[in-house]
Design a protein around this ligand. Sequence first.
Ligand SMILES: Nc1nc2c(ncn2[C@@H]2O[C@H](COP(=O)(O)OP(=O)(O)OP(=O)(O)O)[C@@H](O)[C@H]2O)c(=O)[nH]1
Ligand SMILES: [Mg+2]
Length: 335
Amino acid sequence: MFDSLKQKLRHVQEKLSANIQIAAIPSETPSPPPPKKEEKTGFTAKVKTLVRDRELILSEKDIDEPLGELEMILLENDVAFPTTETIISALRSDLVGTHRRIGSSVGRVVGDSLRSALRGVLGSGFDLVSFVRNQEKPVKILFTGVNGTGKTTSVAKIAHFLRKEGFSVVIASGDTYRAGAQEQLSTHAQRIDTKVIQHQAGADPTAVIYDAVQYARAHGTDVMLADTAGRFHNRANLMNQLEKIRRVIKPDLVFYVDEAVAGNDAVIRAEEFNRLVGTDAVILTKADMDMKGGAAISIAHTIGKPIAFLGTGQSYDDLKPFSPEALVDELLGEA
Ligand SMILES: Nc1nc2c(ncn2[C@@H]2O[C@H](COP(=O)(O)OP(=O)(O)OP(=O)(O)O)[C@@H](O)[C@H]2O)c(=O)[nH]1
Ligand SMILES: [Mg+2]
């Protein structure tokens, strides 16, 4: 997961650390020449001795170059521009101007700053189990998003997840539009042994979901999960249909589903869906196939709604509750 970004973050962390070590050398000491590759160990050891236990005030020029490089790395890895700017300025204000007791661990100072800058844009997670537990039953959950991003698979994964947590679940087959969609959902439902409510092809999805809510009420079912057809946000008639579902069903929770691999596109679409029909939390699928991590880093910061889960594969257990701390650990290595 996010291998390309991880590698580059490691490189820029080393560069920032090296710059800080150089800045920490007292001005009366002649600057050592830039290290040749074979001398690196000796040079680092020498700098570390000089830096140990010194208190240091960093200036802009000490870190400008590696921060510029970090900015490029984030943008190239699909981190949204405003999110990138927020991360860079958090790092700048954390590192520049303040007294820092560097001690022998420059890498630690850099790592901690980067960790808190990333943590600052990731927002909170979302605890679905507590949410469901505290809500009046049946809890009505709607899944929205563009075509092929993993909505139906995520409905099945969430049903499986909630059932393992001890909740009863019914699924509404709200994609009456795409040929084969209902069969796909009923195959999933059979495999995870979950009741599904379906109507004939072309039926009004609001009516299907309404029936599923009625079923849940009649049977004391805890949660109703409503799948919907994929739609692009610029298709007004399909967005109006989603608006109608919202108005009539009054879901307790709306999950917007998109794929991590779509990068910036996912962030833009998430913003549009949130603006047009509202979103409470995000499920980011195909994180297992994403080298860049840009959508995972940017989406919560951009739309102001938490990521609830990452989809990490094609089987029903490949669903991870999203933890900002775990993502930062994944990107930077454990603290
Ligand atoms: N690798 C990987 N594949 C996934 C993940 N989630 C879904 N998929 C795959 O993505 C493809 C599309 O998934 P669907 O669940 O059908 O997507 P959808 O959003 O319902 O698609 P439409 O109903 O056509 O809009 C399927 O082949 C899934 O197996 C994931 O987390 N990781
Ligand atoms: Mg689907």
